[in-house]
Design a binder for this molecule. Structure first.
Ligand code: CA
Length: 229
C-alpha cells in the first residue's frame, strides 16, 4: 500500500552529487527515485508521480530547463513542484528558470541542509499531511504526526486506508477526486484494486465520521467522484 511517505525525484548526472541527495533525502524519510538522464526523467515523472522534483539544469541530452518546460506544460503534472539546481549563478538564469515554471532555484555550491529545507517547504505547501502537520476541516481535525483524528472533542478511530483517504481529502479541501485518483494516491499504482473498493472504504470513513453525530462531510459528486466540503 502506498503511504504518506513523500516521493522525491532527483535528476542529476553527477554521481557523487546524486548520492548526496539520495542519502540525505532518505535519511529524512523520503522515498527517492533518481536518474541521470533527461528522457528517463520524463518517464519517471509519469510513472512515479513524485511529490517534488530536484532538477539539475545541466544534463546530457535534454536539459533541465527543457524538462521543466515539458512538465509545466502538461496539465496533470503542472502542480508538481520543481526545484532547479544550477551551477549558473547569474541572476538572469534564475529568472529564466522561474519563468519556465520552476518553483524554486538553488545555485551550486549549495548546502544540502538548505536544499532539504526547500524540499520540505514545497511539501508543506502541497501535502501538509506528509509533513506531520495538523489539518482541520470544520470540527474535524487530523494530526498526521500521531495519526489521530478528532471530531469536536471525540476521537474517531479509523483504519489505515480510511485515515489515508481522509488525509487526502483534508489536504485539498473542496477538490473532487475521481475513484482512479484516490486509488493512485491511497492504494498506490502497483496494486490492482477494483474502483468499487474505493466506495466501500468511503462508506466506512463516512460511517466513522458521523458516529457521534454531525453531518456527513463527504460529498458524492455524480459521475466524478468524492470531495470533502
Ligand atoms: Ca549536471
Amino acid at each position: 500500500m502506498a503511504d504518506l511517505q513523500p516521493c522525491v525525484l532527483v535528476v542529476e548526472d553527477e554521481p557523487a552529487q546524486r548520492e548526496v541527495f539520495i542519502y540525505n533525502l532518505e535519511a529524512e524519510g523520503f522515498r527517492v527515485v533518481s536518474t541521470d538522464d533527461g528522457n528517463e526523467a520524463m518517464l519517471l515523472v509519469e510513472e512515479e508521480k513524485p511529490d517534488v522534483i530536484l532538477l539539475d539544469w545541466m544534463l546530457p541530452g535534454t536539459s533541465g530547463i527543457e524538462i521543466c518546460r515539458q512538465i509545466k506544460s502538461r496539465p496533470h503534472l503542472r502542480a508538481t513542484p520543481i526545484i532547479m539546481i544550477s551551477a549558473r549563478t547569474e541572476e538572469v538564469d534564475k529568472v529564466r528558470g522561474l519563468e519556465m515554471g520552476a518553483d524554486d532555484y538553488v545555485s551550486k555550491p549549495y548546502s544540502i541542509i538548505e536544499v532539504i529545507a526547500r524540499v520540505k517547504s514545497q511539501l508543506r505547501r502541497l501535502r501538509p499531511a506528509t509533513m506531520g502537520e495538523r489539518l482541520t476541516h470544520e470540527d474535524i481535525s487530523l494530526d498526521s504526526a500521531t495519526h489521530r483524528v478528532f471530531r469536536g472533542d471525540k476521537e474517531i478511530k479509523l483504519g489505515p486506508t480510511e485515515f489515508r483517504l481522509l488525509s487526502t481529502f483534508m489536504e485539498k479541501q473542496g477538490r473532487v477526486w475521481s475513484r482512479e485518483q484516490l486509488l493512485d494516491r491511497v492504494w498506490g499504482r502497483d496494486i490492482y484494486v477494483d474502483t468499487r473498493t474505493v466506495d466501500v472504504h468511503i462508506g466506512r470513513l463516512r460511517k466513522a465520521l458521523v458516529l457521534n453525530g454531525g453531518a456527513d462531510p463527504i460529498r458524492t459528486v455524480r459521475g466524478a467522484g468524492y470531495a470533502l466540503g
